[in-house]
Design a protein around this ligand. Structure first.
Ligand SMILES: C[S@@+](CC[C@H](N)C(=O)[O-])C[C@H]1O[C@@H](n2cnc3c(N)ncnc32)[C@H](O)[C@@H]1O
Length: 355
């Protein structure tokens, strides 16, 4: 998904490639303005990536190496200002990193704030991977037999984040809401559910409107409705939608007991895309009620769905959801599932088709 978006947004001349040793990152040579990376919705963060053939971080303090790091910091600052920086590295509190911090401070004027620095500089070992240089097609390893293990020192990578905040911290989020969905996950859900101009979109249990905003920023929709039982949630959603300059109708209702038709905005039913982020343990809900909530919201989504509708649900209650989906097989069939990572949790995204 990120690969598709990176190609669409950044239009690189060379195809993006996997990052050796990682399954959650993509390397893209940005031919246009670096600021374009801030338009990526399905990336958590973007970094200027530097590789150094050095045996240990101490070597990074030497003239040429330091100059490359400082250049990358300036490239990031030209896109979005920061006043401070911090290292994310094993041994970030060591004397070597203290020296590197002094040098970066001298060269850039940025304050080193080990705990809360805005501009993140990650320093990590390069990936010790099979050498596949003889086996590349359009910059992408094919994984055929030319691969051979290498005992060459993998060196060190320095990654300088573009911008003072992760990309998942959206400028439209003017009101925080406990349990709000990570906007990068919301953007991914929206794309998994497909973005179609003619869609009537319903967000059940919409909270502060993260899914609604990300859906409406991804492309036009025929209509968009958010429903939540909490007036505070809808106040937050109203403010966030306004900040994002997108419009949706917001309705207060208990989706487990109300039915489409009880309320004016929700009355139309016939929604083509239903997005759901149900409450999870401790936040707006509890484990004991999870079966009722998940079974109920699957029923509510189906009652509001048009023929051929899609439904995308993110939930932390994976076992409960699997059980409820088995029971609801007459309502929804599972097209795809995706495990995601958020704040130390591994919620799962389900893409469903109306049965
Ligand atoms: C995990 S939060 C949703 C967060 C939202 N995606 C966001 O980014 O802010 C779950 C939401 O479900 C709402 N909720 C819980 N039970 C509900 C019910 N029976 N009917 C409607 N909304 C409900 C809560 O008020 C809460 O806002």
């Amino acid at each position: 998904m990120l690969l598709d978006e990176a190609v669409q947004v950044l239009a690189p001349r060379r195809a993006p490639v996997d990052v050796a040793g990682r399954d959650d990152a993509l390397a893209v040579r940005v031919d246009g303005p670096l600021a374009d990376v801030l338009r990526l919705r399905t990336a958590v963060a973007a970094y200027v990536s530097l590789h150094f053939d050095v045996p240990r971080p101490r070597s990074l303090t030497s003239g040429d190496h330091l100059a490359r790091i400082v250049d990358a910091v300036y490239a990031s600052l030209r896109v979005a200002g920061s006043s401070s920086f911090r290292f994310e590295a094993a041994g970030a509190d060591s004397a070597v990193f203290a020296r590197l911090a002094d040098l970066v401070h001298e060269a850039t004027g940025l304050q080193h704030d080990a705990a809360d620095g805005q501009l993140v500089i990650r320093v990590r070992r390069g990936a010790r991977t099979p050498d596949r240089t003889a086996d590349r097609t359009a910059g992408r390893p094919t994984g055929r037999s030319a691969s051979r293990a290498t005992d060459v020192d993998p060196g060190w990578d320095v990654l300088v984040r573009v911008g003072p905040r992760p990309l998942s911290a959206r400028t439209w989020r003017v009101v925080d809401y406990p349990g709000a969905l990570n906007a990068t996950i919301a953007a991914a859900m929206v794309r998994l559910g497909e973005v179609r101009d003619e869609d009537r979109v319903l967000n059940l249990m919409c909270g502060s409107g993260t899914l609604l905003v990300e859906r409406l920023l991804a492309g036009p929709a025929a209509s968009a409705v958010g429903v939540d039982v909490s007036p505070d949630a809808l106040d937050a959603a109203r403010a966030n939608l306004a900040a994002a300059r997108v419009r949706a109708t917001l309705t207060t209702a208990d989706v487990l007991t109300a039915t489409p038709g009880d309320d004016g905005a929700w009355a139309a039913a016939g929604f083509d895309l239903v997005l759901v982020d149900p409450p999870w343990s401790g936040l707006h809900g509890d484990h004991a009620s999870a079966v009722d909530v998940h079974a109920g919201v699957l029923r509510a989504a189906r009652a509001a769905a048009a023929p051929g509708a899609r439904c995308v649900v993110v939930t932390h209650e994976v076992k409960v959801m699997e059980r409820c989906l088995r029971d609801a097989s007459a309502l929804w069939s599972v097209r795809e599932t995706l495990r995601v990572f958020a704040k130390g949790h591994h919620p799962r995204v389900y893409v469903l088709d109306a049965a």
